[in-house]
Design a protein around this ligand. Structure first.
Ligand code: AMP
Length: 249
């Protein structure tokens, strides 16, 4: 069984985000970039399914600039078999990503697409659902646990107030939640081996997908800073302030 795993290159989760002075977006120059954490979980799950003998091939895909090849190499070092880079310097919105992934699914015919529930840069949480709609495939989103069989996959989902298990007929889309697994670190030998694994390149134009944006970012702003605190002289003063200023008593 072939698995397709989309991996996005995003600002590393440890980086303190800075907004561009003109408010047009987030500063990306000289910022550490990494694989989207939910996509690491997706790769880990795919590799575990291969180790269990349930999957035979894992194809990692990234849509982005030339440097997104590094993200694919990370996926290859974790255990993916080959990569496809859809190279573009444009900002690619979830709908365009889903259209590109649809084309690749038609070319590659995977039985399962495992992807992150959301990319931590724009927090869209849209691509998996859009891809399922475009393909007419069933979707199991926010996966907490998966059980893959020959023709079906049971996905236990994190929902408000508990867990829900759905049974999907393959081919299907699964999006990963945080508690599905703990991704492994790539070992040095595997990082070296990954350099020799195949990585094909294509473009949105070659795939016939128009990635022109449909959304316009009106404004990006940092959250307002916290106001400085005050020291009170006595409990009576504190109670008075809670009553008259904070209005919580
Ligand atoms: P989003 O809908 O943007 O929050 O992204 C959800 C998931 O779609 C991510 O976790 C990735 O698996 C996939 N995805 C989104 N954008 C890209 C991209 N440019 N390249 C590869 N995968 C992507």
């Amino acid at each position: 069984m072939k698995l397709l795993v989309p991996v996005k290159r995003v600002v590393d989760y440890n980086v303190k985000i800075r907004v561009k002075p003109d408010g047009s977006g987030v500063e990306l120059a000289n910022v550490k970039m990494s694989m989207n954490p939910f996509d690491e979980i997706a790769i880990e799950e795919a590799v575990r399914l291969k180790e269990q003998g349930k999957a035979t091939e894992i194809v990692a895909v990234s849509i982005g600039p030339a440097q997104a090849a590094e993200t694919i190499r990370t996926a290859l070092a974790m255990g993916a078999d080959r990569g496809i880079l859809v190279k573009t310097d444009a900002t690619v919105e979830p709908l365009a990503v889903a259209k590109i992934l649809k084309k690749l699914v038609e070319q590659e015919s995977p039985q399962l697409v495992i992807m992150g529930k959301q990319a931590i840069d724009d927090d869209a949480n849209q691509t998996g659902q859009m891809l399922a709609a475009l393909l007419g495939w069933p979707q199991g989103t926010f996966a907490f646990k998966v059980a893959l069989d020959t023709n079906t996959i049971d996905v236990t989902r994190e929902v408000d107030g508990g867990l829900q298990t759905v049974s999907l007929t393959l081919p299907a889309i699964v999006t990963t939640d945080l508690r599905l697994n703990e991704p492994r670190y790539a070992s040095l030998p595997n990082i070296m081996k990954a350099k020799k694994k195949p990585l094909d390149e294509t473009t949105p134009e070659t795939l016939g997908v128009d990635v022109a944006p449909r959304l316009k970012v009106v404004k990006t702003a940092e959250p307002g800073g916290r106001k400085a605190g005050v020291k009170v002289g006595s409990v009576a003063e504190l109670v008075n302030k809670l009553k008259t200023e904070a209005g919580v008593l």
